[in-house]
Design a protein. Structure first.
Length: 173
């Protein structure tokens, strides 16, 4: 069996990848990913998902034989910080694709100069929380407004934290 590969997603291949991954999600998986029932993508929401500039809005796609099976994305939320999200088609759950995507988007975030990734996960999405905890050692979590909010210092994933990483972590606590 051929395994998945992960690459940066560009604005030209994003529409097909977003459509394929969304179509591969069950209603329950869509609810867990988007925190609301989402039977279909509205044009406005789809446009936001495919609007990639490779910096403030960037994404990675996991593929098998050219077919998209998952997407991770980051969106700049402030200086040095970005929100991260992951979606993997149901057929490929629990096969390491989410971990590959989180690792790749973390590496991309580091190369783009981001210092922190953060995101929100519904409390009932225990597989995603398990993934976040294993793929992002040192992640911090807090229950905020009905979701689990996580923050992760990007630089720590690629070796020892720098002096700047430590100062930023201390200032956030």
């Amino acid at each position: 069996m051929i395994g998945p590969s992960v690459r940066a997603l560009d604005r030209w291949s994003a529409p097909a990848a977003v459509d394929a991954v969304f179509d591969g999600l069950s209603d329950h998986s869509r609810y867990l990913r988007f925190h609301a029932p989402m039977p279909r993508l509205t044009k406005a929401f789809r446009d936001r998902l495919i609007d990639l500039d490779g910096d403030g809005h960037a994404a990675c796609v996991a593929e098998v034989l050219g077919q998209p099976i998952g997407i991770s994305r980051l969106v700049r939320t402030g200086q040095g910080a970005a929100e991260v999200a992951v979606a993997v088609v149901d057929r490929w759950h629990r096969r390491g694709v989410g971990r590959m995507l989180l690792t790749e988007i973390g590496a991309l975030a580091g190369s783009l100069g981001y210092l922190e990734l953060h995101g929100d996960v519904l409390p009932e999405n225990t597989p995603m929380m398990r993934l976040v905890r294993t793929a992002m050692p040192g992640v911090r979590t807090a229950h905020v407004d009905g979701v689990v909010h996580f923050t992760f210092p990007v630089g720590w994933a690629f070796g020892l934290p720098t002096h700047e990483d430590l100062l930023a972590a201390i200032s956030r606590s």
